[in-house]
Design a protein around this ligand. Sequence first.
Ligand code: FES
Ligand code: FES
Length: 159
Amino acid sequence: METYVLTINGTNLHVTASPDESLLSVLRDRLDLTGTKYGCGEGQCAACTVLLDGKPIHSCLTPVSAAATKNITTIEGLETNGTLSPVQQAFVEEGAFQCGYCTSGMVLRATALLRETPHPTEDQIVTYMNGNICRCGVYPRILAAVQRASGSPAKAGGQ
Ligand code: FES
Ligand code: FES
């Protein structure tokens, strides 16, 4: 076991874990940051997405040792003093979730997209979000939410 200082949502947190323990496990089971979801555990669904230095990664496949020197952003870190981030707010306004299991991963990936490309085309959104799976199939609403957050007019008629 090793002791790591993880910078999570701007706060340094100490955690003791095995170097190969997944970041997902550390977040959920050791730090009680349960907004990050366990889906497949195999890199296939992206429910476990967090940002490392602003880049979306699968926390289920990332050992905690690889995250120790990076800035980690989880869904808990997006709001500011109780105010949702623009992407979170757009997801609420578009009703872009059903069960909500994929939502934190979707929101974080969309956040990374809009930081890289503030006004993406529909094709750019679909391509960037492609690896994030929604078993409830609310993709049209998710697309509309990302468009809303980008300031583009959302298409009517989402699921
Ligand atoms: S839980 Fe990490 S990709 Fe599915
Ligand atoms: S809202 Fe249920 S998995 Fe996406």
